[in-house]
Design a protein around this ligand. Structure first.
Ligand code: COA
Length: 154
């Protein structure tokens, strides 16, 4: 059974993440979304809020918190590979480094899925910035979580 783990900070999830998630479902027998931690970033949304948003946009998909290293989480879950989205060339260098580290630490491969052109410019920080200044994020995040994000910034 091919178990894939889609890892990220998802602060908050966007249409771009949802697009990758849907593609990932086609190549895995079982997909787990891992809400993980990037020490370089301070999240606005709590881990519980992220889980709740993910469950709303991807009903039926397993969503779990990964408080530590993704390789340990992957081992615990018996995962076959990690999944990451690539939006542009600028994502590549960071992903190359993560891929090498995860291979060395846990011998786990990463499968990269390309973002669609429509979503290539979306990022979670863009969503946070627009929301902070009370702009519209319609179409940039799934409809199910748009009110939750808006409320967070009021
Ligand atoms: N659509 C929209 N946005 C996307 C995207 C897509 N398809 N793919 C990436 N992004 C954006 C995110 O919105 C985020 O934007 P932001 O920087 O403006 O917030 C950015 O790209 C990257 O975020 P994300 O993909 O969530 O990853 P991350 O860089 O925050 O975290 C890891 C990556 C690998 C650190 C983390 O997921 C992880 O695995 N942590 C566990 C600890 C660990 O094992 N670290 C590695 C040690 S070797």
């Amino acid at each position: 059974m091919r178990i894939g783990i889609y890892t990220g900070t998802f602060d908050p999830p966007t249409m771009g993440h949802l697009y990758i998630l849907k593609k990932a479902l086609k190549i895995c027998d079982h997909l787990i979304v891992a809400i993980s931690t990037n020490l370089q970033k301070e999240s606005i949304f709590s881990p519980e809020e992220k889980v709740d948003m993910m469950k709303k946009i991807a009903p039926g998909v397993e969503v779990a918190l990964c408080p530590g290293l993704i390789v340990d989480f992957a081992k615990e879950k018996g995962a076959s590979f990690l999944i990451r989205g690539l939006r542009s060339f600028s994502d590549f260098e960071f992903e190359l480094q993560m891929n090498a580290a995860n291979l060395q630490l846990g011998g786990i491969e990463t499968v990269f899925l390309m973002a669609s052109a429509d979503h290539a410019q979306i990022s979670s920080s863009l969503i946070r910035e627009i929301s902070h200044f009370k702009g519209s994020i319609k179409g940039l995040v799934p409809d199910e979580i748009e009110p939750i994000i808006r409320k967070k910034f009021t």
